[in-house]
Design a protein around this ligand. Structure first.
Ligand code: HEC
Length: 166
């Protein structure tokens, strides 16, 4: 006849397992917390504004076409200096505060489909917070729509559309 082992006798044998389990949970929890924290920080830094609903390939197009009809790129080159754009942007080179303008004519049409390159540039200048490029802060001044005349705005868009040629 065998006497059943009192259940309490097994207790001390399980302690190492319990300790390992608790440690495992604590470490996993810590990493999970850290991970979520890091992800949160990244999201805050990017500040990506959701793409506005209802954008079509026609958005801003009539406005931009009108502005470009009378525009000249050479004057645009002057305005980007006069209005301080080049304090943050450069044609080439690595400036961290804002994306440089090398290749912008080619890239502009891919930034925010279905906007055309010209429409994208128009929106970037007049409503910069509508779309903020990943890894940049939304630091571009929001008042160019009122500071620039229509002629100046058109000239700048024309300049950027041909920026690589300068
Ligand atoms: C104080 C700094 C600052 C000034 C001044 C500034 N910008 Fe910007 N600009 C930015 C930053 C930062 C971004 C990227 C974040 C964003 O998308 O808003 C940007 C984005 C842009 C883009 C989109 C670039 C791309 O690669 O898609 C264009 C175009 C642009 N700016 C044009 C201008 C023009 C034209 C002026 C002057 C009339 C100007 N900016 C003045 C900071 C600036």
């Amino acid at each position: 006849m065998t006497t059943p082992t009192p259940s309490g006798a097994k207790g001390p044998g399980r302690w190492p397992l319990i300790i390992v389990g608790v440690l495992f949970l604590a470490i996993t929890g810590f990493f999970l917390y850290e991970f979520m924290d890091a992800t949160g920080a990244e999201v805050a830094l990017r500040e990506v504004t959701p793409v506005a609903d209802g954008l079509t390939s026609d958005s801003y197009l009539s406005e931009v076409t009108r502005l470009l009809a009378d525009a000249d790129a050479a004057s645009g080159a002057r305005w980007v200096e006069e209005f301080g754009c080049i304090a943050c942007h450069r044609l080439a080179g690595n400036v961290k505060i804002a994306p440089n303008w090398q290749g912008i004519a080619a890239r502009a049409g891919d930034r925010r489909p279905p906007l055309t390159a010209a429409a994208y540039l128009y929106e970037s200048i007049t409503q910069p917070s509508n779309f903020v490029i990943a890894d940049y802060l939304p630091s571009m001044p929001a008042d160019y729509a009122t500071r620039l005349s229509e002629k100046q705005l058109g000239d700048i868009i024309a300049y950027l559309l041909t920026a690589d040629a300068h």
